[in-house]
Design a protein around this ligand. Structure first.
Ligand code: ADP
Ligand code: ZN
Length: 736
């Protein structure tokens, strides 16, 4: 069937109308007239007028029978862009995600059009070359430019300005003087393509059967979900590379999703070592030009392999043949601003719609995925031991009730001794504490005043490097005062509790001859600095690493053999139904950094609760015990994946409005015996950025269409007026 909608050249009555989805917070598509001579079909990317603006949007459907009186009031499609149309597969994904998450369809579409503003042919780049004599009037800036261009080669104009540290005007001036000449730069050469046969490793016996499973799944090429379940250091990456190699051979594209793209520096190198070329990256720090180019390469099929953060899932692949979700259990896959969606789950949805295989890789699968594997819905591909005969780390608990650190310190004597031994053996040690800054709380010893954010229900965190007290929820910050603002006493402020910066101070005092480095997201200004710091560690230029969860993810530090978890209980007692699972995953992952290459890795857990099931399972290396008890307790409580959850979060600038609206919502919830509506309750984080927050939790049996229930409910709810806001979070991961 021909889907083209051809504009008629005859009477106005036969003008074609199309429904166009615009990337704004709307569910429905708008109708536009197709101008004469323009051919449009669903998926075409167009420019349309929207109010006073022109926006990039997508033809969603032809509108065969628009109301006749509408015709004359409709606006015309402005222009059809010269880019590949959004394929049916991606349009179905947009519809599906919007329907499931109750996010506006336009907002989901927006994720596929991140390049909207930059579409179109690339502008030719202008270059400059040194051709003539220096100008009569020399300035230091001009001298720097001439020095930079003294090689006589063609340099990009903006590159030359940046290198010489001058404005573009200085360059233009030298062109006018005849010292420099401009030329059009040749287009950059296309990046080399990954070669599936470049450097295939020798696989161990255990890896070989997993590799076979990967190749088979990629060769079949149809929808299939596999859990690549391998302990830390088992070679999961090398193994799923074979699924990618097979997909490249079949001429289709692969997508590798990563929880945190800033952390993939080592990954890119490993990929290049295996395939002889780097994959295409997709993340938020790309420059607009690179984004535009990468978007186009993805859409044209010129990029065979893409590695990206969750947003890469919504790219318009020309022919996606495989999705790999690395560290599938990671909570960074859940997006909680704008559209609420879980990229791992939506990856499985996309694979299903596209009819392609998906590989979920983890050493500690999410409980949801583990249950799917146990029930046989997902194929389990197991790698139960480390590559190269390395042992998994030995784990011990340090009972802080019996072996406490000295007063005001956070490293127990036993852990300090072990670190000293490790450093003497010229091995690295990692102190892990999932808390940024110097101290989570500052108080006045004289009057008891505690420093809290003025617009959030949260304490201010002391950041000594930046010399400020900072709110981790809204970003508010203020210099640390000398006197207490409450009682005016001086020199009475004390830091309570540890953050990584304070731990570094303690480590530096305990081990004055060691080199320490703090790795924490707030101290890192860019992806590039992050990558260079990680390289310094990997090359052994640091003895003691002090880090937040940033260090837990996926790095390979050859000389790291000891991991000390400073406060293993930190994530356990926050009332989150997934607290135990998250703690188990995080600690397993961070201790898994130890002993990957030589020697025996050891992990120490400083805890007040050595008898907690999570600590016992970690110490006994008994994963099955952990999953067994966690799955049983979820089943008893009817929590996911045995039941379903959704949150409604109501917020407003004042407490009574928020609470009143939340109560009203609860009172009109449709009655359904399979569904419980709990609350409203004040949110654990009761105020963020001056907004008061109340939560409703909706809990249902597993087989209920919760999205549909929510839609029916919200259809009869009063409109959110003024500054009231209602957020819907299906499958919530955060309960704050
Ligand atoms: P995981 O992702 O399971 O933690 P990795 O894929 O990072 O494990 O592998 C751990 C280390 O072992 C890496 O340095 C990797 O290069 C190496 N490795 C794994 N399998 C092989 C193999 N078959 N040949 C050579 N090196 C391997
Ligand atoms: Zn705040």
């Amino acid at each position: 069937m021909d889907h083209s909608i051809r504009a008629s050249t005859s009477a106005a009555s036969s003008t074609r109308i199309v429904d166009v989805l615009v990337p704004v917070a709307l569910n429905q598509a708008y109708s536009y007239r197709v101008p004469r001579g323009m051919e449009l079909k669903p998926g075409d990317v167009v420019c349309v007028p929207l109010g006073p603006r022109q926006v990039v949007a997508v033809v969603w459907a032809e509108n065969a029978r628009p109301a006749p009186r509408l015709h004359n009031r409709l606006k015309d499609v402005g222009e059809k862009l010269d880019v590949p149309p959004l394929r049916e597969e991606l349009r179905s994904l947009v519809d599906w995600v919007s329907n499931y998450t109750l996010s506006a369809r336009g907002m989901v579409l927006r994720m596929t059009l991140r390049m909207g503003e930059n579409l179109g042919p690339e502008r030719a780049r202008v270059g400059v070359r040194l051709v003539g004599e220096p100008p009569p009037r020399m300035t230091p800036a001009r001298r720097r430019v001439i020095a930079c261009l003294s090689d006589g080669l063609l340099h990009g104009k903006s590159d030359a300005a940046r290198e010489a540290g001058v404005s573009a005007g200085v360059i233009d001036g030298l062109v006018d003087e005849g010292t420099l000449a401009t030329e059009v730069m040749p287009p950059p050469p296309p990046p080399p393509a990954p070669d599936p046969a470049f450097a295939q490793p020798q696989f161990s016996r255990q890896q070989r059967s997993a590799v076979d499973a990967m190749r088979t799944l990629a060769a079949n090429g149809s929808f299939h979900t596999a859990l690549l379940d391998g302990v830390t250091g088992s070679g999961k990456t090398e193994v799923y590379f074979e699924a990618i190699a097979e997909t490249i051979r079949r001429g289709r594209q692969s997508l590798i999703l990563m929880p945190e793209i800033a952390l993939t520096g080592q990954f890119l190198d490993r990929f290049a070592a295996r395939f002889g070329a780097r994959p295409l990256e997709w993340h938020s720090e790309l420059t607009p030009r690179t984004r535009a180019r990468n978007w186009a390469a993805i859409a044209s099929g010129a990029a065979p392999v893409v590695v990206g953060a969750r947003s890469a899932l919504f790219m318009p692949y020309a022919d996606l043949g495989l999705i790999v979700v690395d560290e599938e259990h990671d909570q960074a896959y859940k997006q909680d601003d704008g559209a609420h969606y879980h990229a791992r789950d939506m990856a499985v949805v996309r694979a299903h719609i596209a009819g392609i295989p998906v590989v979920l890789a983890s050493a500690t699968p999410s409980v949801e995925t583990e249950v799917n594997a146990r029930k046989g819905r997902y194929q389990r591909v197991a790698l139960p031991s480390r590559f190269g005969g390395q042992h998994l780390p030995h784990i011990e608990a340090i009972d802080l009730r019996r072996e406490p650190p000295p007063r005001g310190r956070f490293i127990s004597p036993r852990l300090a001794d072990e670190i000293r031994n490790a450093v003497e053996r010229r091995e690295q040690a990692l102190l892990f504490l999932n808390r940024r800054g110097y101290a989570p709380l500052t108080l006045c010893r004289a009057c008891g005043h505690r420093f809290a954010c003025t617009i959030c229900d949260a304490w201010l965190v002391d950041h000594r490097f930046r010399q400020r007290l900072v709110c981790h929820h809204c970003g508010f910050s203020t210099p640390r005062p000398r006197a207490c603002p409450h009682c005016q006493a001086e020199e009475t402020l004390v830091a309570v509790g540890p953050g990584v910066e304070r731990l570094q101070e303690e480590a530096a005092a305990l081990f004055p001859d060691s080199r320490t480095m703090v790795l924490s997201s707030d101290l890192i200004t860019s992806v590039e600095t992050m990558r260079s710091e990680l390289n310094e560690i990997a090359e052994g230029r640091v003895d003691i690493i002090i880090g937040t969860q940033l260090v837990a993810k996926g790095h390979h530090f050859p000389r790291l053999n000891l991991v000390g978890v400073v406060d293993a209980d930190l994530g356990l007692n926050n009332g989150d139904p997934r607290a135990a699972e998250r703690t188990f995953q995080l600690l397993n992952q961070v201790i898994g950094r130890a002993g990957r290459e030589q020697g025996r890795g050891v992990g120490y857990l400083q805890t007040h609760q050595p008898d907690h099931p999570v600590m016992k399972a970690l110490v006994a290396c008994d994963r099955e015990a952990f999953y067994g008890s966690e799955i049983a307790s979820r089943e008893r409580a009817g929590y996911p994946p045995f039941g379903r959850l959704a949150s409604l979060i109501v917020s407003a600038g004042d407490r009574p409005s928020a609470e009143g609206f939340a109560r009203k919502l609860a009172s009109i919830a449709p009655i359904d015996e399979r569904i419980q509506v709990l609350g409203p309750a004040e949110a654990p984080l009761a105020v963020i950025k001056g907004r008061y927050r109340f939560r409703l939790l909706v809990k249902s049996l597993r087989n209920v269409d919760l999205s549909d229930y929510l839609r029916q409910w919200l259809a009869v709810a009063p409109k959110t007026r003024g500054n009231l806001k209602l957020e819907v979070d299906v499958d919530p991961q955060s309960f704050l």
